[in-house]
Design a protein around this ligand. Sequence first.
Ligand code: PXL
Length: 278
Amino acid sequence: MSQYRRVLTVQDISCVGQCSLTVALPVLSACGAETCVLPSAVLSTHTGGFTGFTFRDLTEDMPSILAHWQKEGIDFDAIYTGYLGSTKQIDYVKAIMNGVSADGCVKVVDPAMADHGKLYYGFDQPFVEAMKTLCAQADYLVPNLTEACFLTDTPYTEEYDQAFILTLLEKLTALGAKNVIFTGVSYSPEKNGVAVYENGVYSYYEHEMLPNGCHGTGDIYASAFVGALMRGKSAYDAARIAADYAVACIKNTATLENHWYGAAFEPVLGQLIKALED
Ligand code: PXL
């Protein structure tokens, strides 16, 4: 393998629910990257559909973890952030991005905080404002439509055209994000896709629209995108490979009964590995 990169991913451990670290670790490992983790919180399950879950916020552990890594001279080729546990934590994550980046470190921010027009349970406007400041540090920002609307103070709508998406992309880069990989962009009822905005240049990868979605698909997407980037793929190719893999995961999940809480991504990891070899 030509590229062996060390990635740090910062997101929660939802013990059950196939999202966040229980997705990012296996997907990044399958892509061939050394994967280091910084758990932002530990929950018994994710917050999307379960009730009564536990939540242990790990914000206060972050400064001493950073200090230890710095003492050991540990640094990372990529830092990829997902679901974060508190507004204060976002400041610590920014310090981590500045403190343990190797030369040329690629910073990927998935502003995992909202979907289907709504913030996830527990998030509020101050969290959105803090997330905007983290987006400013991103080499690649990976929002869905809802997150893009929250981050740009745009009313959420499912009726839009390319001009609307371009305006959102411009506003997201105005926050400071260098490039944007905008998932779930659909210009016709039968098609879904990903808009890639790289150095101000728009491109679009279209794929089929599936009748069902799955919880955790955003995490699968962002993890596969980072993994493909680490394998030396271009942003567009990484966006395409991640989209095809997310589609395969959703299709695989649709074959199962009662698998409502996440996507069955593991049985189709082979497809991702193969796509990376092409
Ligand atoms: O997949 C996003 C996500 C991650 N982590 C937790 C969540 C969610 C979405 O609901 O609740 C804890």
